[in-house]
Design a protein around this ligand. Structure first.
Ligand code: GLN
Length: 501
């Protein structure tokens, strides 16, 4: 493996700025790595070889002219295929949008380009970001680099797998119920869901608009913070964005200090149904925080258990509305448009052919939950539960600075194991959904490996709204403690690819 693909984004950025290496060399090394391993991993739906090299050469030329660019200038980036990219096909992993080329960049993609990042390509996901394994992608699943027979999580499995297999140093994700954090945990990478509204949704294909949150995916805490800082901030094109400065997350990631921090362990998010190895690594990680000077207390959040059922009313309701726009008239697929069929028949045939089974399930569930006579019983009750969850968080912040839990009840499961059992699939997000319901920021950090299956385990750190910096402080301490314990990073132990690691 070329050494360049093993460097962190921060290191790459520094060396490129100092002209020790060129962005073109770095980009070429990652494209070579993709060619070498992605046939097995399938993290990418599209690789933009020429576009990436062109962009890299342009950055090199600007640096050669003496321009001072940001810390990530020239660093390659993988983009979840839910973000619109001007001139590059964007599919949401659905047949419905196959071949559609957006005429504009999402705000976040535009900001990453402005910061000098080089887009390698578009990564695989569950169709319209609905799922926890990437298996609902219309273009086939992504494989977990730690064990090709296992899922890389979802919906952002492609982004996480591209990082874990050293095909990209940075990636973009979106998190509606866990799609950044759960793939992060099961691939041994870092994933942060920022405060809802602190990262722009403009040009991100809408799934459940009151929950969708773009965020950074990386291999190190500092890299995630650097990408987060480049993405975040108010956007006039997204009315829900918060007009406040982003907290000092890069500074927090460099601090590596939790002394005096009050850490709450959520009682409800461990115990029955959790893999004992996940719980064991979680307890060890809590110890690491205690050793770092944090004050650890147990906290009850009694309504967190209701988050999953409430999510599966609110999320499908918003999906049924958002996905109504795929009507065969405006975007992508159109079936039976032969002059023999009415517009309604074309619409029906297109929606029947274009959406996969999970998308249809959610549209039907959501339409039912919103229908006259059922609205109060289902959607209305779920919104009340959402308020109760927000109150649990508010109560917790009286005594704690952050809350911690496992990210997922189990390690990465086998491909095919849960796809026929939606409830089993949905339970993968038991721990991650509460933060989405409250709009709170939350991150996932690697904390070790299961001794039973050798797969990575993650810790979730949740913080109050617009206190995203606290998540990075805790993450940095976990990362340092783990690296000191092992004398190496977690990903250095991934057994699969090439054997160099
Ligand atoms: N797995 C959850 C779902 O299927 C969350 C997905 C996401 O965060 N995009 O809805």
């Amino acid at each position: 493996m070329n050494e360049l693909v093993t460097l962190t984004a921060a290191e790459l950025g520094e060396r490129i700025a100092a002209r020790q290496i060129s962005s073109e060399e770095v980009t070429q090394a990652h494209l070579d790595r993709i060619d070498e391993v992605d046939g097995d991993i399938r993290a990418f739906l599209l690789v933009d070889h020429d576009g990436a090299l062109d962009a890299a050469r342009r950055i090199d030329a600007r640096i050669a002219r003496g321009e001072r660019l940001g810390p990530l200038a020239g660093v390659p980036l993988a983009v979840k295929d839910l973000f619109c990219t001007e001139g590059l096909a964007t599919t949401a992993a659905s047949r419905m949008l196959e071949g559609w080329i957006p005429p504009y960049d999402s705000t976040i993609v535009a900001r990453c380009k402005d910061a000098g990042m080089v887009i390698l390509g578009k990564t695989n996901l569950d169709e319209f970001a609905m799922g926890s394994s990437t298996e609902t992608s219309a273009f086939g699943p992504t494989h977990n680099p730690w064990d090709l027979e296992r899922v890389p999580g979802g919906s952002g499995g492609g982004s996480a797998a591209s990082l874990a297999s050293f095909q990209a140093p940075l990636a973009l994700g979106t998190d509606t119920g866990g799609s950044i954090r759960q793939p992060g945990a099961v691939t041994g990478t870092v994933g942060i869901k920022p405060t809802y509204g602190s990262t722009s949704r403009y040009g991100v294909i809408a799934m459940a608009s009151s929950l969708d949150t773009p965020g950074p995916c990386a291999r190190t805490v500092l890299d995630a913070a650097l990408l987060h800082e480049a993405m975040a901030g108010h956007d006039a094109m997204d009315q829900t964005t918060i007009d406040q400065p982003t907290p000092a997350i890069v500074e927090a990631a460099r601090k590596t200090d939790v002394s005096g921090m009050r850490v709450g362990v959520v009682s409800e998010l461990a115990g029955d149904g959790y893999d004992p190895q996940v719980v064991a690594r979680f307890r060890e990680a809590v110890e690491m925080l205690t050793d770092g000077g944090a004050e650890v207390v147990e906290v009850s959040c009694p309504h967190f258990d209701l988050a999953l059922p409430a999510y599966y009313l609110i999320q499908p309701a918003e999906v049924s509305s958002n996905l109504a726009r795929y009507d065969a008239m405006r975007y992508g697929l159109r079936v039976d448009d032969d002059g023999e069929h009415s517009a309604e028949q074309v619409m029906r045939a297109t929606r029947g052919a274009g959406f996969g089974a999970e998308a249809k399930r959610r549209i039907i569930l959501g339409t039912y939950a919103l229908s006259a006579g059922y609205y109060d019983a289902y959607y209305g009750s779920a919104q009340k539960v959402r308020t109760l969850i927000q109150r649990d968080f508010d109560n917790a912040w009286q005594t704690c600075d952050v809350l911690v839990s496992p990210v997922t009840p189990t390690t990465a499961f086998r491909l095919g194991e849960r796809i026929a059992d939606p409830m089993a699939m949905y339970r993968s997000d038991l721990c991650t959904i509460p933060a989405n319901m409250a709009g709170s920021p939350a991150g996932s950090f690697p904390i070790g490996l299961s001794q039973t299956d050798g797969m990575p385990v993650g810790m979730q750190v949740m913080a109050p709204i617009m206190a995203d910096d606290r998540i990075y402080r805790v993450g940095a301490v976990l990362e340092r403690s783990l690296n000191e314990k092992w004398g190496t990073s977690l990903l250095a132990q991934a057994p699969e690819l090439g054997g160099e690691r």
